[in-house]
Design a binder for this molecule. Sequence first.
Ligand code: GLA
Length: 387
Amino acid sequence: MESSATSLAATPPMGWNSWNMFGSEISEKAIRETADAITASGLKDCGYEYIVIDDCWSQKESRDSNGDLFPDPRKFPNGMKALADYVHEKGLKIGIYSDAAERTCAGYIGSYGFEDQDAQLWASWGMDFLKYDYCNAPADQAAAIRRYKRMGEALKKTGREFLYSLCEWGGRYPYLWGKDAGGAMWRVSGDVFDSWVDIWVPTYNFYGIGVDTSFDIAARVYEYGGPGGWNDLDMLVVGLKGKGQVTGNGMSFIEYQTHMSLWCIACSPLMIGCDVRTMEKETAFLLTNREVLAVNQDKAGIPGRRVRQYGSLEIWKKPLLDGSVAVALINRGSTGNDITLKASDTGMLDTSKTARNLWTQEDIADFKEELILRVQPHQTILLKVSV
Ligand code: GLA
């Protein structure tokens, strides 16, 4: 029988998460308005489904007299059940956050030792998703496996279906045991910032990951993702433009497009991080291109891999269910360059092939042996190649 994680996350989960934009200033108002905007803007029709409340939602210092977590009344005056009902009425799902230690990353109360009680509470509110973080927890892999399993079992015991999202940042190889712990997605890197290159973040005392680095991370772990368990490259920074919690240098349109192309070809979950209430046209364009999203959501569920790299130029390939392949031509360098796609890169030899540019949704060429395309600095051309 298919496990519930497999049927729930048969393709990479899609949605929105509060952290990148709102950080600790998350509120019921922001969540309601986001649910409205996701519905009204057409994002819901594209498949964005989960609205996840990240860190800082609870009362910071204590549990209530029953030992239950409770939402900060300033941020969530009507409580979580009413909010979950509101989100469900829109045909969307709702997620919550906690940490496998006594404190979360932002220092709020965590769930260690209260796994069953917290899972029951979230189920009673109608939560559909849990992101479970790993700050302030022991560094070793065995402890992480124990702690993640413990919560995975607690979620199962509630009888409610939860999509369980693991967030230990990849260091303890969660792709080897995440599914076994009940997880359907697991982070494979530290936090991605709104920046092309890695940046030092003094507030957190760590390096924020830039999109350029995510290529190398995705290339290392691609073989571990698939239906029911996905490598999570982190929330999207598309459209943040220097605003929010993970501020960096901001990125250009071309860089955001490359970011989206990588997340799609690598089969990463697509959790929007920007403020969708005030989304610009260009951001909507990047988040709602159905041919690009179809690469991410392809039912074969095979993460793309890097097939060739020369200098800062790369070619990635992802086989699709209909026998065609998605191909990404990527220029990570700072000068424009020609990239040659060879028949051998596609696996389709000795036959005439059509290349369709998925971002512009146009068939651009027929070729047999090779196709040469000019790729701008930091640009990705995303193609579908079929015979
Ligand atoms: C960690 C996680 C982030 C976010 C913050 C919240 O840094 O990796 O995604 O959840 O904690 O404090």
